[in-house]
Design a protein around this ligand. Structure first.
Ligand code: DX5
Ligand code: ZN
Length: 221
């Protein structure tokens, strides 16, 4: 069992928030570390969420680190737009571009933290060539496209494998997990080596997002 060297970051996913109250929802997650921003194009994933204007609005309403997860085809076409709209970090899928190394380099050239991610059915080896060049690796623990899906248990082993690869490289990149994260599996993921947990439906629940963040913190304490 790996003992996390630093507190695990929490990144509530705005996909599950009440967009009529975006500013208040951002205030409610002020005790989290990052705001996770899920952009979907209806092509890479079978759902459309939102794009640059919502990120810009969130940026104006909050000083949280804006962690932008691009679930769009050929994300290289829009990196500058999201950077200009206030992204602090941008994560791209290996399946969405023919040029993952170039895309990661382009994010860093824009002065932003570069992330790489893979769908649950993609071999982890697809990310290995760029591991030394990224600031974040995201393990998708559901098939991307929707909030509120069930956590895929095999993801835990994928986190462990990536933890090993990052440690071998001496990389201090964040190891993030996204999809079906709840207080019931947060500790397990941290023990497997995750350093940042994304959570949508388990944070933005009926009792409010501040309580949701607190529940995850308690589970990790
Ligand atoms: C899924 C998105 C996730 C999603 C997570 O495609 O990338 O960030 O919002 O939602 P939950 O935590 O409800 O699985
Ligand atoms: Zn996401």
């Amino acid at each position: 069992m790996t003992v996390p060297a630093r507190p695990v970051k929490l990144a509530p996913s705005l996909l599950s928030c009440d967009f009529t109250r975006l500013g208040e929802e951002l205030q409610a997650i002020a005790d989290a570390d990052w705001a996770h921003v899920d952009v979907m194009d209806g092509r890479f994933v079978p759902n459309i969420s939102f794009g640059v204007p919502i990120l810009a609005a969130a940026r104006r309403a909050s000083s949280l680190f804006m962690d932008v997860h691009l679930m769009i085809e050929q994300p290289e076409r829009y990196l500058r737009d999201f950077a200009d709209a206030g992204a602090d970090g941008i994560t791209v899928h290996v399946e969405a571009t023919r040029h993952i190394h170039r895309a990661v380099g382009a994010i860093r050239e824009l002065g932003k933290r570069a992330g790489v991610t893979l769908n649950p059915g993609t071999p982890l080896e697809a990310a290995r060539p760029v591991l030394a060049d990224v600031d974040l690796v995201l393990v998708m623990s559901v098939n991307p496209g929707f909030g509120g899906q069930k956590f895929i248990p095999a993801s835990v082993e994928r986190v462990r494998t990536l933890r090993g690869w990052l440690d071998e490289l001496g990389s201090d990149a964040e190891l993030q997990v996204d999809g079906g994260v709840t207080p019931a599996n947060a500790r397990l993921l941290a023990d497997a080596g995750a350093t940042c947990l994304v959570a949508g439906s388990s944070v933005f629940g009926p009792d409010g997002a501040a309580a949701g963040v607190a529940r995850l913190r308690e589970a990790l304490a």
